[in-house]
Design a binder for this molecule. Structure first.
Ligand SMILES: Nc1nc2c(c(=O)[nH]1)N[C@@H](CN(C=O)c1ccc(C(=O)N[C@@H](CCC(=O)O)C(=O)O)cc1)CN2
Length: 284
């Protein structure tokens, strides 16, 4: 068996063209969806991601603002900026790029964002609503993964999904979304004993742990669908996932590449969440 490659770029393009139609409709009704991205410091990867977000907004006619702040700013100053954006009626989505410098408490900053503008879906109100089945902004990476699986016609109901990683951004919300689709969910993490025993049970395997090529052919069963969320650099600076792609290719039924898999979907779902926020604003 050679795995089907799940093309995140192609799926993203399809979804982005339907989001653009929603943007056009909002504009006809006098509302231009607006996203504010706050970047603190000069983390090179973060700079790349925020610039990709800005370009994606521009391409579909959305308003986007990038606020770059010095890494030495105080938490109080950052909270003031967030509050300003909470009150800016041209902004429907606020995103603070993570990670933040270590002297700033990420949760305090996330909690300062108005939940109705929290297009990252990280605010505890949105996380709680996701868990209890309410109307929530869904974190972009897991949201994108569900969309990819649906595009690929992967059956989720009754299937065993194993998630490696338990972050607030990916692992935890991923489990909630898979439960909503009636999958049986297992979480694995850095203290899981005999990781391969668990991952070999997976019909769907989500690797979101940040360890380069952790998942090899020995960790999977024939026919598994693998989603690689890893964004690691090898010793030559090459981007690599958490999955040894070449090693797993002959055993899996489908697999996402890195780059070109989950990454583009993350940005696409950010656009979708921001447009959703603007639509809610219009309907009020
Ligand atoms: N506030 C947030 N911070 C972070 C998030 C997030 O969703 N919200 N996620 C990640 C980074 N991220 C978005 O911010 C992100 C990472 C990677 C990609 C992407 O498209 N990657 C490309 C490769 C890009 C490259 O060459 O470096 C790919 O996979 O094809 C998009 C978004 C952490 N922070």
């Amino acid at each position: 068996m050679t795995a089907a490659i799940i093309d995140g770029k192609k799926i993203s393009e399809e979804i982005r063209s339907s989001i653009k139609k929603r943007v056009d409709l909002l504009k006809e009704n006098g509302v231009t969806p607006g996203l504010a991205v706050v970047l603190v410091g000069d983390n090179q990867a973060s700079k790349t991601y925020v610039s990709m977000k800005q370009k994606a907004c521009e391409k579909i006619g959305m308003h986007s603002v990038l606020i770059t702040l010095d890494s030495g700013l105080t938490q109080e100053e950052l909270l003031e900026k967030v509050d300003e954006l909470n009150h800016d009626s041209s902004i429907h989505g606020i995103l603070v790029q993570l990670p933040l410098p270590s002297h700033i408490d990420e949760l305090t900053v996330i909690e300062a964002i108005n939940p109705s503008k929290d297009v990252d879906g990280f605010h505890p109100i949105n996380a709680g609503r996701l868990m209890t089945g309410g109307d929530a902004f869904v974190p972009c990476t897991p949201y994108g993964i569900i969309e990819m699986l649906k595009h690929q016609d992967v059956e989720l109901s009754g299937k065993h999904a194993v998630i490696v990683g338990r972050s607030n951004i990916v692992g935890k919300p991923m489990g909630q979304l898979l439960l909503k689709e009636h999958a049986t969910v297992t979480y694995c993490h850095s203290r899981t004993k005999d990781l391969a025993y668990h991952t070999r049970q997976a019909d769907i395997l989500i690797a979101a742990v940040g360890v380069i090529k952790l998942i090899t052919a020995d960790h999977i069963k024939e026919g598994v669908v693998i989603i690689d969320v890893g964004m690691n650099r090898d010793e030559n600076g090459k981007l690599c996932g958490d999955v040894d792609f070449e090693d797993c290719l002959q055993k899996a039924a489908a697999i996402t590449p890195v780059p070109g898999g989950v990454g583009p979907m993350t940005i696409t779902m950010l656009l979708a969440n921001t447009v959703q926020s603007a639509e809610r604003f219009l309907s009020k």
